[in-house]
Design a protein around this ligand. Structure first.
Ligand SMILES: [Fe+2]
Ligand SMILES: [Fe+2]
Length: 494
């Protein structure tokens, strides 16, 4: 089963079919495969913000299943009776280090013994059902202990009081279960969605991830604030909208356009900066707006006017997040170069603007630097926060893509921008008309995230890669190298 690629399995899950993966031992390759599969499934449903939570919870479920099987084979191998309390105590002392050593010997025994773990995933109208089965039963006292831990964990609301309470836990398993419950609770999936049942021969742990996340109160507050922030945004400046229309009106002269631009110093600065940048190298420096427009062309002018106006409003309203803008600048450059490379020169500027604006929502999200966010950050304090989604996971339930879409709608941006903003993490949901612009923005964004080491090739949708002949990792990375080189050579900071 493991050879099937993750995109095919994602499609299967979406169609309501159950997907099953079974293995004796969770190797790094299997972990990575499962991780990519969930990444794609969540992307498809615009639920990326849950990725970190699902990854941690699922890892815990799988490790526990492998561990339970390993425990049984270890006891059998050493002729110990697992049901005898005294022998259990003795066996567990050695078993812990045996399991932690992650030895080849253990993998071999598990394979020979026929013990295995099965991951089952199914989507229905209630949500995603995730089951992890292993073919050994739980002993009555193991069952008892797990249930006590689950119930206890449901009472914690904070990582620190939970940690104090269980750090003396002798088997060290309590922390895992308690964290699982805490993550489920704080993510809005719900602490009651986790279950463990055993019939003596098979043990099954399961969670259901609802399609609509019921958000905890504190998080609802943040969501409300975001909506208010967006409602409060000024409308898109009229003179810029007029200028954009003028760019495409054949009856309007360059002089008329430059006169209108001259009235807005921020637009003048952006246009002059662009015209004199490395990307538009000419013999002479352009000293006035009309020359500058001639150099950059009317299509580029439209892009620069829109991006400048959007940036000005957002920077005034929220904090000036240079990192986000410089990321967008690079994504824009890559997206345009990709359009040209794949023979869609006429879409180049649109891809550029889509790239420039794709993370609009992030600016709003990052501005929520309130005490409330800090409080929630503490609650969800954990080790493995993905570098791209930290704040989204904190705010839970609203992605920067959907915030961005709200802004794009408020400002009446064209459909291709709305789509690129809302689908740049879930490209498979793009409409036919905007598919190439969304896909190229997505690829450009993936490349930039890879440069920041928070994304890997296997997480990219195969269908998107195939459309441009980039399905092999080698072809993809050659293309990426080429773009990095071009950006070094003539990329400019917006
Ligand atoms: Fe993004
Ligand atoms: Fe991005």
């Amino acid at each position: 089963m493991l050879h099937e690629d993750t995109s095919k399995l994602t499609a299967k899950v979406e169609s309501g079919e159950a997907v099953k993966l079974s293995f004796h031992y969770n190797t790094k390759v299997i972990d990575k495969f499962i991780n990519s599969l969930f990444f794609k499934i969540l992307s498809n449903n615009d639920m990326n913000y849950l990725h970190g939570v699902i990854e941690s919870v699922l890892r815990e479920m799988i490790v526990n299943a492998v561990k339970a099987n390993s425990k049984r084979v270890y006891f059998q191998k050493h002729d110990l009776d697992i049901t005898d309390a005294a022998q259990y105590e003795t066996g567990m002392i050695e078993f812990k280090s045996f399991f932690l050593n992650d030895s080849l010997e253990l993998r071999e025994i598990l394979k020979e013994s026929g013990y295995k773990v099965e991951l089952v995933l199914k989507k229905d109208d209630k949500g995603f059902r995730i089951y992890v089965n292993n073919n050994t039963g739980l002993l009555p006292f193991e069952k008892e202990r797990i249930n006590v831990r689950i119930e206890k964990a449901k009472m914690y609301s904070d990582f620190s009081d939970m940690y104090m309470d269980i750090s003396d836990d002798s088997e060290g398993e309590g922390l895992g279960i308690s964290l699982t419950i805490l993550f489920l609770k704080n993510s809005g999936i719900g602490e009651n969605s986790f279950h463990i049942v055993s019939n003596g021969e098979v043990t099954q742990s399961s969670i259901t991830v609802p399609l609509t996340i019921r958000t905890p109160e504190a998080i609802e507050l943040i969501q409300r604030r975001i909506t208010e922030d967006i409602d409060d945004l000024p409308t898109f400046p009229e003179h810029v909208t007029e200028l954009r229309q003028m760019c495409f009106n054949m009856d309007i002269s360059l002089n008329e356009i430059s006169e209108k631009i001259s009235l807005d110093p921020s637009l003048v600065a952006s246009v002059m900066k662009l015209a004199n940048s490395a990307g538009f190298v000419t013999m002479h420096r352009s000293e006035n707006i009309t020359d500058a427009i001639k150099i950059i062309g009317l299509k580029n002018l439209d892009v620069i006017l829109t991006a400048t106006a959007a940036k000005k409003i957002l920077d005034e309203r929220f904090s000036d997040f240079r990192e986000v803008w410089s990321h967008c600048n690079k994504v824009a450059f890559y997206a345009r170069e990709l359009a040209v490379k794949f023979g869609m020169i006429q879409k180049g500027e649109k891809c550029y603007l889509a790239g420039m604006l794709h993370d609009l929502g992030k600016l709003v999200l990052l501005s929520l630097n309130s005490e409330l966010v800090e409080h929630i950050e503490k609650v969800i304090a954990r080790k493995q926060l993905g570098c791209c989604t930290v704040l989204e996971e904190v705010t839970m339930g609203i992605s920067h893509s959907s915030i961005g879409k709200m802004i794009a709608e408020k400002w009446n941006f064209p459909d291709y921008i709305k789509e690129a903003v809302s689908r740049h993490h879930s490209p498979m949901l793009a409409s036919d008309e905007t598919r190439d612009i969304v896909y190229l923005t997505y690829i450009a964004n993936c490349m930039c995230m890879m440069e920041n080491k928070c994304f890997n090739f296997h997480n990219i949708e195969d269908e998107v890669l195939k459309r441009y002949g980039l399905a092999s990792q080698n072809d993809f990375s050659n293309c990426h190298q080429e773009l990095m080189f071009k950006f070094e050579e003539r990329g400019t900071q917006f």
